[in-house]
Design a protein around this ligand. Structure first.
Ligand code: IPE
Ligand code: IPE
Ligand code: MG
Length: 235
């Protein structure tokens, strides 16, 4: 049974989950944060090495101040205290995204999580916060341009070499999951998704439990990945 090395999740549908239950959208985000902790622990139990999750996009700043403030305060609580189990169970937490636009308290909490878990070996949880895929490619290109100015020889520069300029140097994504029913990637990890298998589900993120996650893994195991080549066993 082949386990994907790097799984990514667009954790969508928190707001609709809450609205459908007559609750405030913020209740959906709170429930979603609990789901994230459970799913991260489960993913590592399944042998996945890296889990990347979309927590807040650069474009999510377009939302009402009340919702943005709620999310930022929730992030502070998650990274200061709530994600204790993640730290204790040996998961290393890293972040991807732009640091501008985030207030000091959020950045302190992110630092706290990163420092606390930096020596953990069980797997990596990459939290994409104030993240945009096109922004990441621009930021990476600017870093590469600096290296070229310093004399880097790009004659034999390969697509694999670009990864080290991204926010985190992680393997390509094998499986992308999007909850909440939308069939789009909303500017998520454009570079890393080039040959990913996609799994879309109508389930709202707060309801996305272990068995839903396993369904995505099972689907992945039955996909035929060809990378532009030909799979001999089908010919
Ligand atoms: C995803 O859920 C979480 C964030 C974008 C922060 P949404 O808040 O987008 O939920 P819906 O899509 O409105 O239901
Ligand atoms: C993508 O969801 C961002 C996160 C899950 C954090 P959105 O809800 O922001 O995406 P759109 O607006 O439906 O494309
Ligand atoms: Mg949404």
């Amino acid at each position: 049974m082949e386990v994907p090395k790097h799984v990514a999740i667009i954790m969508d549908g928190n707001g609709r989950w809450a609205t459908n239950k007559g609750l405030k959208r913020s209740e959906g985000h709170l429930e979603g944060s609990k789901t994230l902790e459970k799913i991260a622990l489960h993913a590592m139990d399944m042998g996945i090495e890296v889990l990347s999750v979309f927590a807040f996009s650069t474009d999510n700043f377009k939302r009402d101040k009340e919702e943005v403030d709620y999310l930022m305060n929730l992030f502070i609580k998650m990274f200061k205290t709530k994600f204790d189990k993640i730290a204790k169970k040996g998961i290393k937490v890293v972040f991807s995204g732009r640091k501008n636009n985030l207030n000091n308290k959020v950045m302190d909490a992110m630092d706290n999580m990163e420092v606390k878990t930096k020596d953990n070996q069980r797997g990596i949880l990459n939290i994409c916060l104030n993240y945009g895929g096109q922004e990441e490619i621009i930021d990476a290109s600017l870093k590469l341009a600096l290296d070229i100015n310093k004399g880097l020889n790009i004659d034999s520069f390969k697509r694999e070499d670009f990864y080290k300029y991204l926010y985190q140097d992680l393997p390509p994504i094998d499986l992308l999951i999007r909850t909440g029913g939308e069939l789009r990637i909303s500017n998520f990890m454009l570079y890393q998704l080039s040959y990913s298998e996609f799994y879309f589900t109508n389930t709202y993120f707060p309801d996305f439990d272990k068995s839903e996650f396993n369904k995505a893994l099972f689907m992945y195991q039955n996909r035929d990945r060809r990378y532009g080549g030909i799979n001999e066993k089908n010919n």
